[in-house]
Ligand binder design. Structure first.
Ligand code: ADP
Ligand code: ADP
Ligand code: ZN
Ligand code: ZN
Length: 870
C-alpha cells in the first residue's frame, strides 16, 4: 500500500499495559491501518486488543454519555494500563460466547427487516378495502404485528403436568416440581404449601388430582405465614397458636410462574430454564409465520412478507431487482419462486397451504401499483438490493432473512455485523475484531479482505486478533505477542510491517508466516474400509450419496454454506447415532424457545459395523454456569479433592472429599454457595458478576481453606494454570496424565478453575478432546470435529494435529470439517463439498487424496490446496 510516512500523531500510544498476563507493555499502534495481533493461544492478544484497547475506549464512551455508568464500570473493572493516548472510539465485533437471543435473526441483525417492513407497509399490494398498515404491523415482535394466538412466536406452548413434573415418583420436598424456581425461592414455595396444609412428603403421583391441579395450575396467589425449618406438624401447631412467622410468603402456581418468568425475565438463563417446561407446536392460526392475518394478506411480487424473508438473500435480491430497476410489469421467473418454496423449512410451514400464494402457479407479476407506491417500491427495493449486495460480497447470500441467530455460526454472525457496519458509513472509528476468518474457506476470505479494506479506506482503523496467515500478510501492521502462553507470554515481540517479523527469532508466528514449518504428517494411510451413506437429505443436501474411508484422517472442505456441517456434524452424526442406538444430543434443550427439530433422512449403506462408538467433539460449551470448569469437567478435580481429604490435617478434622467440593454445602462459602461470585442484576442489561464479598472469589469457607496440600489450599489449586499444576502434581500419576494431555493440546495456559462460561468454543472443544484422549483407545471409534482449528495459532494447530493423527494411528477414524489448508494437505483423504453455497452446493465436487483433489477441475478448494502442497 502506498503510504505517506506516519508521524507520532498517527499512532495509538499504549503505556504500561498489565491486563491479565500482559507484562507492563508499551506499544504504538498505527491508526487508519489494518493491524493484526498474532501469537499463540493465551499469549495475550485479546488481553491487549479487547481487554485493554477496546475496554478503555468503551469506558471513555460510557463516561461521556452517562455519569451514572461510572458505577457500572467500577463493578466490571477498568483495564489495567497506565495510559492510552490517541485512541478513537471503538466498535467491537466479537464472536459471541454462548447463544444469542432467539428473537434476533439475520434480518434484525442487518437491519434489513425494518426496510422490508417499510416496503410492505408503503408499497405492498393490499386486499380491496383493507386499510394501509404501519411498518410495525409487519413485525412479529410488536403487539401490533404479532399473531394474537402465538404472540408472534410462531409456535404455541403448553405448560403441562408432565413437563413440569418429569418424575412423579418424587415428593414435593424431593423437588418433584422441576419447574419451580431454584434455591431459596423454591423452598419458600414448598414452605407455603406446608402452611396451606398440602402434603409435601408423599410421592407426587399419590397426591389427589385436586391438590396436584391446584399446586400447578391455580391462578390464586394466597399470602400466608411461613415457618421455614419447621416440620409439617410443627407448622400446623404454629399456625394454630398464631405464632409469629419468619415472614409472610405469597404463593404462585407453577404454570403461572413459568409463564410469568418467560414473559418478563431480563435474564437469558432464567428464560432458558423455564422454556424447558413449555411444550411447543406450530401455531395453527399463522402457520408459524408469526404475524397477524391482516399483515400476511399484504403481498409484494406475489409473496407475503414471511414468504419473502424465507428466501435466501440471493433469491430475495432476484425478486426485488425488477422493482429496483423500475421494471414493474415484468414477470418474476417462476423458477426463482419454485426454488424458494423448495428451500423452505418444511417442518415449520407444512400448513402454509392457507396462503393464496403458495403452490405452483406459473407466472407472477408485480401488480399494477399506483404511481406513489411505485416510487416508494423502487426506492426501497433499490436500497434493499444494495444492502444485500454487501452481504453477498461477504459470502452470505445463501442465508435467509428469517434465519434465527442461534442457528448461525459465530463467524457468520460476525460477518453479518461487519456488513452492517460497512453500510453505516462511520469513520474515525476503531473496529476490533476477533478471528473474522474463522469458518471461512480461503475463497470466501477474499471477500472478507475486500470488506475490511473498504472499512479502512473509509477512514477507520481495524484491529484484528487473527491466526490466519493470509490476513497477517495483508496487514499494514503486525503485532506479535508472546512468545508462549500465560505467564510465559504477555510481551510484545514485534510491532511493525509484517515483513519485519522474519528477523524475530523467538516469534512462534515467524516460521509459519515465512513458510519454514514442516508438515505434521505427509505419509498417506490407506483406508481400512468404507463407511457409505446413501440418499442423505438435510438442509441443502438432497438425496446425496457420500462415503468416508475408515481408519484414516479425512478432511471435509468447501466454501461456507456449501453443506459441510450438514453432511458431517448433522447427517453423519445422526445416522451413526441411530445405528448405535444412542440419542444425538438434543440441540434445543438449552434454547430459549423450543425450536422445531430438523431431521436427517437417509441411511448407512455399508461399513457401519466397523464403528462401535461415536465421539462428536463439538464447540458447544462444556457447561453454562461458573460452577462447571476445566477441573470438574475433566474429572481432575475428583483426584485433587481425594488428595486433600487424605492429608493429616483433613483426617484430624474428619473432612472427606466432599468437604472440598464447592457444589456441596459442607466446605463451600455460604454466601455465594461456592460460586465465588454473586450476580448483580441490572435493569435492562445483562446481569454482572461481582466477586463474593465473603470469600472474595475463593469459593470456600475459612476453615476449609486452612487445609493445605504441599503448601497450597484448595482455592489456590483452582487458581493454578494447567502448566503450573503439571509441575506441582509431578508425582501424582492420576493427575499427571490428564494434565499432560491438556498441555499437549495447547491448553497449558488455562486455569484449573476457569469457569466454563469464560471458555471459547474452540477451548471447550479441545477440553472435550483432551478428556476423550484420556480413555484407552480401542480402535473402533469415529471422531467427528467441526473446524477444530478455530482460534488456534498455527503452532497450536500442529500440536492438535499430532493428537488427532495419534488417534488414527491407534486404529480410529477421524473426520474433520476444515478450512485450514495445511491441515487438509496433511489429511489422508479429502471430501470437497460444493460447488457453491446453499442450493448451489450440497454435492460432492471431488474426493480423494489431497494431491488428487488439488487437481480437481470444479473445486473451489483445489487451487488453495495446490499452493500448500507445492
Ligand atoms: P490470546 O488472545 O492470545 O489467546 P488472552 O489475552 O485471552 O490470550 O489470554 C492471555 C492470558 O490471560 C491467558 O493466560 C489467560 O488465561 C489469561 N486470561 C484471559 N482472560 C482472563 C480473565 N478473564 N481472568 C484472568 N485471566 C484471564
Ligand atoms: P457449511 O458447513 O458448509 O458452511 P452448512 O451445512 O452449515 O454449510 O449449511 C448448508 C446450507 O444449509 C446453507 O444454505 C445453510 O444456510 C443451511 N442451513 C444450515 N443449518 C441450517 C438451519 N439450522 N436451518 C436452516 N438452514 C440451515
Ligand atoms: Zn401464530
Ligand atoms: Zn463466597
Amino acid at each position: 500500500m502506498a503510504q505517506r510516512k506516519r508521524t507520532p500523531d498517527d499512532f495509538v500510544r499504549v503505556r504500561g499495559a498489565r491486563e491479565h498476563n500482559l507484562k507492563d507493555v508499551d506499544v504504538d499502534i498505527p491508526r487508519d491501518a489494518l493491524v493484526v495481533f498474532s501469537g499463540v493461544s493465551g499469549s495475550g492478544k485479546s488481553s491487549l486488543a479487547f481487554g485493554t484497547l477496546y475496554a478503555e475506549a468503551q469506558r471513555r464512551y460510557f463516561e461521556s454519555v452517562n455519569p451514572y455508568a461510572r458505577r457500572l464500570i467500577d463493578q466490571v473493572g477498568i483495564p489495567d494500563v497506565d495510559s492510552i493516548e490517541g485512541l478513537p472510539p471503538a466498535v467491537a465485533l466479537q464472536q459471541q460466547r454462548g447463544t444469542p437471543s432467539v428473537r434476533s435473526s439475520v434480518g434484525s441483525v442487518t437491519t434489513l427487516s425494518s426496510l422490508v417492513r417499510m416496503l410492505y407497509s408503503r408499497a405492498g399490494e393490499y386486499p380491496p378495502k383493507q386499510p394501509m398498515l404501519y411498518a410495525e404491523d409487519f413485525s412479529p415482535n410488536t403487539a401490533n404485528g404479532a399473531c394474537p394466538e402465538c404472540h408472534g412466536l410462531g409456535n404455541v406452548y403448553a405448560v403441562t403436568e408432565r413437563s413440569m413434573v418429569p418424575d412423579p415418583s418424587l415428593t414435593i420436598r424431593e423437588k418433584a416440581i422441576a419447574a419451580w424456581p431454584p434455591a431459596w425461592h423454591g423452598q419458600n414455595l414448598r414452605d407455603i404449601l406446608v402452611t396451606l396444609g398440602y402434603d409435601v412428603d408423599t410421592p407426587w403421583r399419590d397426591l389427589p388430582k385436586k391438590d396436584r391441579d391446584w399446586i400447578l395450575f391455580t391462578e390464586e396467589q394466597p399470602t400466608v405465614p411461613v415457618y421455614p425449618g419447621f416440620t409439617p406438624k410443627e407448622t400446623r401447631a404454629a399456625v394454630r397458636r398464631k405464632e409469629e412467622p419468619a415472614y409472610m410468603g405469597t404463593f404462585m402456581g407453577a404454570r403461572k410462574y413459568v409463564r410469568h418468568t418467560f414473559a418478563t425475565t431480563q435474564s437469558a438463563t432464567m428464560k432458558k430454564r423455564v422454556a424447558r417446561f413449555m411444550v411447543g407446536s406450530v401455531c395453527p392460526v399463522c402457520d408459524g409465520k408469526r404475524l397477524k392475518r391482516e399483515a400476511l394478506s399484504v403481498t409484494f411480487a406475489g409473496l407475503d412478507i414471511a414468504e419473502l424473508t424465507a428466501l435466501s438473500l440471493d433469491r430475495m435480491a432476484d425478486v426485488l431487482r425488477p422493482a429496483a430497476e423500475g421494471r414493474f410489469n415484468e414477470a418474476v421467473s417462476s423458477k426463482t419462486l419454485d426454488r424458494a418454496s423448495a428451500k423452505r423449512d418444511t417442518a415449520r410451514r407444512v400448513a402454509a397451504g392457507g396462503s393464496a400464494h403458495t403452490g405452483s402457479s406459473d407466472v407472477r407479476r408485480t401488480p399494477n401499483l399506483s404511481e406513489e407506491k411505485r416510487i416508494a417500491a423502487q426506492r426501497l427495493s433499490e436500497d434493499l438490493v444494495d444492502r444485500i449486495a454487501t452481504l453477498q460480497a461477504l459470502g452470505l447470500g445463501y442465508l435467509a432473512m428469517d434465519r434465527t441467530t442461534p442457528t448461525l455460526s459465530p463467524g457468520e454472525l460476525q460477518r453479518l455485523r461487519l456488513a452492517t457496519q460497512i453500510r453505516s458509513h462511520l469513520f474515525g472509528v476503531v473496529y476490533v475484531l476477533d478471528e473474522p476468518s474463522a469458518g471461512l474457506h480461503p475463497a470466501d476470505s477474499e471477500a472478507l479482505h475486500t470488506a475490511l479494506d473498504q472499512l479502512r479506506a473509509a477512514g477507520n482503523t481495524i484491529f484484528v486478533v487473527e491466526h490466519d496467515l493470509e490476513m497477517m500478510r495483508r496487514a499494514d501492521w503486525l503485532i506479535d505477542v508472546g512468545p508462549e502462553a500465560g505467564q510465559h507470554g504477555g510481551t510484545i515481540l514485534y510491532s511493525g510491517p509484517p515483513d519485519g517479523l522474519s528477523k524475530i527469532d523467538e516469534s512462534r508466528t515467524r516460521r509459519y508466516l515465512f513458510g519454514e514449518a514442516a508438515p505434521v504428517h505427509r505419509d498417506r494411510r490407506a483406508p481400512a474400509g468404507w463407511l457409505a451413506l446413501a440418499h442423505v437429505s438435510r438442509n441443502n443436501l438432497h438425496a446425496l450419496d457420500a462415503r468416508f474411508p475408515l481408519g484414516v484422517f479425512t478432511a471435509v472442505t468447501g466454501i461456507s454454506g456449501s453443506g459441510k456441517s450438514s453432511l458431517v456434524s448433522q447427517a453423519l452424526v445422526d445416522l451413526i447415532c441411530a445405528h448405535l442406538g444412542t440419542a444425538p444430543e438434543a440441540e434445543e434443550e438449552e434454547s430459549e424457545v423450543p425450536t422445531v427439530v430438523q431431521l436427517t433422512t437417509g441411511r448407512i449403506a455399508s461399513g457401519a459395523e466397523a464403528i462401535r462408538r461415536l465421539v462428536n467433539v463439538d464447540q458447544k460449551p462444556i457447561g453454562r454456569t461458573p460452577r462447571s470448569n476445566l477441573a470438574t469437567y475433566t474429572g481432575l478435580f475428583d483426584h485433587v479433592r481425594k488428595l486433600f481429604a487424605a492429608t493429616k490435617a483433613a483426617k484430624a478434622r474428619k473432612y472427606d472429599a466432599g468437604q472440598f467440593s464447592f457444589n456441596v454445602a459442607k466446605g463451600r462459602c455460604p454466601t455465594c454457595e461456592g460460586e465465588g461470585f454473586v450476580s448483580v442484576e441490572l435493569l435492562f442489561m445483562p446481569s454482572v458478576f461481582a466477586p463474593c464479598p465473603t470469600c472474595h472469589g475463593a469459593r470456600y469457607d475459612a476453615k476449609t481453606l486452612e487445609i493445605e496440600f504441599n503448601g497450597k489450599n484448595i482455592a489456590q489449586i483452582l487458581g493454578m494454570t494447567v502448566d503450573e499444576a503439571l509441575s506441582f502434581f509431578e508425582n501424582e500419576a492420576a493427575l499427571h496424565r490428564p494434565l499432560a494431555l491438556l498441555h499437549d493440546i495447547g491448553l497449558g495456559y488455562l486455569r484449573l478453575g476457569q469457569p466454563a462460561t469464560e471458555l471459547s468454543g474452540g477451548e471447550a472443544q479441545r477440553i472435550k478432546l483432551a478428556t476423550e484422549l484420556q480413555r484407552s483407545q480401542r480402535g473402533d471409534t469415529l471422531y467427528v470435529l467441526d473446524e477444530p482449528t478455530t482460534g488456534l495459532h498455527p503452532a497450536d494447530v500442529d500440536r492438535l494435529m499430532r493428537q488427532l493423527h495419534g488417534l488414527v494411528d491407534a486404529g480410529n477414524t477421524v473426520v474433520v470439517v476444515e478450512h485450514e489448508m495445511r491441515v487438509v494437505a496433511d489429511a489422508d483423504w479429502v471430501v470437497d463439498v460444493g460447488p457453491g453455497a446453499g442450493e448451489a452446493g450440497g454435492r460432492i465436487v471431488a474426493e480423494g487424496t489431497p494431491e488428487a483433489v488439488a487437481k480437481a477441475k470444479d473445486s473451489r478448494t483445489a487451487a488453495y490446496l495446490r499452493a500448500v502442497l507445492s
